[in-house]
Design a protein around this ligand. Structure first.
Ligand SMILES: Nc1ncnc2c1ncn2[C@@H]1O[C@H](COP(=O)(O)OP(=O)(O)OP(=O)(O)O)[C@@H](O)[C@H]1O
Ligand SMILES: [Mg+2]
Length: 274
């Protein structure tokens, strides 16, 4: 049974004997529907379906000119398996910070973030890095593709980082993801030969290649025209509905947020029903 700690330093003080366990939730099987994913979690956990991610009174502060600034303030949030949640709000209200906490990119200054019931504060850097690499897929506003790699190689990067080779079914997996995002024909192209919409579709394929339980998208349409934005949002919707992946998206756009099944607005540093 885990207990709530006030802060990461509090966790670390209690961490002896607990470090190094990042095997807290196994990846859901590929091609799961949202409903069967819930069943899968239920079976795996016998009695209850834990949230994929849970923030409990989580805060993130920065020091600025001697005063403390709250980017996220005592936020509570639970992402149920198979859910699609959009976070909306004005620039600077803390959307990216919230996503970074949920994706174990950042640790809370106080409160707790649990991913698969394991507190991120209890993990060492190696386990956090492995968690991000293997269990979470990230999609960014500016795509973040590697310019010297082809489309196919960009999608395969997470597998290489995880020291998996490209043989057999992995090669097939990359090919089927490129098919999903409609870019099979451009697998040998380089990023500079693609449109913005195509680059974002490559980034989505890359985010899925290690079959993550959770996909985090920070302003995925922020750099796209409305036509390409609709294609990217449709893909995120399919990833959620047909593949059963949990999706957490930040966006300025109310239209983009409509693709989600739950829309939360950041108010005073915390997500609330909008
Ligand atoms: N490294 C940092 N140091 C100091 N302040 C920071 C840092 N990162 C973020 N902030 C502050 O935290 C607040 C929230 O930032 P965040 O990037 O989460 O906002 P956002 O809602 O994602 O904004 P945008 O819509 O422009 O992307 C802002 O006031 C920002 O200035
Ligand atoms: Mg942001």
């Amino acid at each position: 049974m885990s207990r709530a700690f006030r802060s990461c330093s509090d966790f670390r003080a209690h961490r002896a004997g607990n470090a190094g366990n990042a095997e807290f939730f196994s990846a859901p099987p590929a091609s799961q529907t949202a409903l069967s994913l819930v069943h899968w979690y239920t079976e795996a956990n016998q009695t209850r379906v834990p949230p994929v991610v849970e923030l409990i009174q989580a805060s993130k502060t920065y020091s600025s000119n001697g005063s403390v600034v709250y980017a996220v303030r005592e936020a509570d949030l639970a992402l149920e398996p198979g859910s699609f949640t959009a976070i909306v709000g004005r620039s600077g209200c803390g959307k990216s910070t919230l996503l970074n906490l949920a994706g174990a990119v950042d640790l809370p200054t106080s409160g707790e973030v649990r991913i698969g019931e394991q507190s991120t504060c209890r993990m060492n850097d190696r386990d956090l890095s492995r968690l991000r690499r293997t269990r979470i897929g990230f999609v960014f506003q500016f795509f973040n593709l590697l310019p010297t790699l082809t489309v196919l190689e960009n999608v395969a990067v997470p597998l290489w980082l995880d020291r998996k080779n490209m043989a057999g079914d992995l090669e097939q997996r990359v090919a089927s993801l490129l098919d999903l995002v409609g870019l099979q024909a451009k697998s040998r192209h380089f990023p500079h030969q693609l449109s913005g919409g195509e680059m974002q579709r490559v980034a989505i394929a890359r985010a899925l290649v290690h079959e993550p339980a959770l996909v985090i998208a920070d302003e995925p349409t922020g750099n796209l025209d409305s036509g390409n934005a609709a294609v990217v949002l449709g893909l995120l919707e399919r990833i959620n509905r047909e593949m059963g992946r949990t999706v957490l998206m930040a966006t300025h756009s109310r239209e983009a947020a409509e693709f989600a099944s739950r829309v939360l607005a950041m108010r005073d540093g915390r997500p609330v029903n909008s």
